[in-house]
Design a protein around this ligand. Structure first.
Ligand SMILES: NC(=O)c1ccc[n+]([C@@H]2O[C@H](COP(=O)([O-])OP(=O)(O)OC[C@H]3O[C@@H](n4cnc5c(N)ncnc54)[C@H](OP(=O)(O)O)[C@@H]3O)[C@@H](O)[C@H]2O)c1
Length: 322
């Protein structure tokens, strides 16, 4: 079958680590099944894999891609939950299994004609969503869902600052947060991205680092080093910073005095559970919310989409069709 693999790692030139071509068909073990992939979306996780972050060389070559929507062996339209736990009986929330992995870390990922996954990782695809839209849910939208509705601890009507405007998680946070009735403020690196944020439902959009009009209840952080200091300064006393990623670096000055003196909470978050993915799918069906797709490309054009992400050009998600 055709697949997109990480053939090697390159921290400086991740695109050079991508290979397109034939790959062995998946052989599902007991309890697993095979999904015919119709659409798969790109995440920054795939760029990290190509750079060699979060994966060891003994896994190479490996098919990249965490997210997919497709058709299972019984003909059902499904969305694939990307978090693989080998101990589902022990961990109702698969993300708390210390031995968990994401598709494309230990097991082959979704940028292929077929992917093998545990049966319990299949969630029904809402009929109202296209395969391309559904393929955006399992990582970026699920991560944003958990940040906003689980980890933030906030009731609707709160003021939330989202760092970054055009990225997959950032656009998901803006759409889901504004749909839930939060006042969403956003920082974006270009006028085009700030304008996009406003069109998606943000109340105000600012260049990075600008002093916001008043301190916020929570900050949603995916950028890391480049925005960390601004995130802490933007929080009101008792505010909460929810962090899922550090695209620009993982070692900012911690500003410990600000954290304890203002009684701030720093809360880590990762992906979401299978049950949360099912509720997210229902939320999309009930509210009419649809993921923002920057572009849909045939899988053979995967390098074009990956390059756009590396260059920071995206306004929403990149989806590959098969
Ligand atoms: N823990 C988890 O479960 C989890 C899940 C999903 C993602 N993540 C992590 O979250 C991060 C974002 O993922 P994604 O898929 O949304 O990536 P993406 O689509 O490439 O988005 C990157 C975002 O980073 C923003 N950004 C702002 N300043 C930046 C800088 N100096 N350098 C690079 N980016 C900057 C961009 O803002 P502009 O719009 O202003 O350009 C954009 O919104 C990644 O690090 C990813 O690994 C973690």
């Amino acid at each position: 079958m055709f697949a997109v693999t990480a053939a090697r790692f390159s921290s400086d030139n991740p695109l050079s680590a991508v290979e397109l071509g034939e790959h062995a068909e998946p052989v599902p073990p007991d309890g697993w099944t095979t999904v015919d992939v119709k659409a798969a979306s790109l995440n920054h996780h795939d760029v990290w894999t190509l750079r060699g972050v979060g994966i060891s060389a003994d896994r190479l070559p490996i098919i990249i891609g965490c997210d997919a929507a497709g058709v299972d062996a019984d003909g059902n339209e499904v969305v694939v939950h990307a978090v693989i736990s080998d101990n589902p009986a022990e961990f109702a929330d698969e993300t708390l299994d210390p031995a968990r992995s994401l598709l494309s870390e230990r097991y082959d990922g979704t940028f292929a004609e077929r992917v093998a996954v545990p049966r319990r990782n299949l969630v029904p695809k809402p009929a109202a969503l296209s395969f391309a839209e559904a393929a955006c849910l399992p990582t970026a939208y699920l991560t944003a869902y958990r940040m906003l509705f689980d980890k933030s601890g906030l009731e609707p009507g709160s003021t939330i600052l989202v760092q970054g405007a055009g990225g997959g998680v950032a656009t998901a946070l803006i759409k889901l947060g504004s749909a839930a009735g939060h006042r969403i403020w956003v920082t974006g690196r270009s006028e085009e991205k700030r304008q996009l944020a406003l069109e998606l439902g943000a109340d105000q959009a600012f260049p990075p680092g600008v002093r916001v009009p008043e301190r916020v209840d929570a900050v949603m952080e995916t950028v890391g080093e480049a925005t960390w200091s601004h995130s802490l300064k933007a929080l009101k006393p008792g505010g909460r910073l929810v962090i899922v990623g550090a695209t620009s670096g993982t070692m900012p000055p911690a500003d410990l005095a600000r954290i304890f003196f203002l009684q701030l909470s720093v809360v880590g978050s990762t992906m979401g559970s299978r049950d949360q993915l099912a509720r997210l799918a229902t939320l999309c069906e009930q509210t009419g919310l649809r993921p923002l797709v920057d572009r849909v490309l045939p899988i053979r054009a995967a390098p074009e989409g990956i390059a756009a992400m590396i260059n920071g050009e995206l306004l929403g998600k990149v989806v590959f069709t098969l």
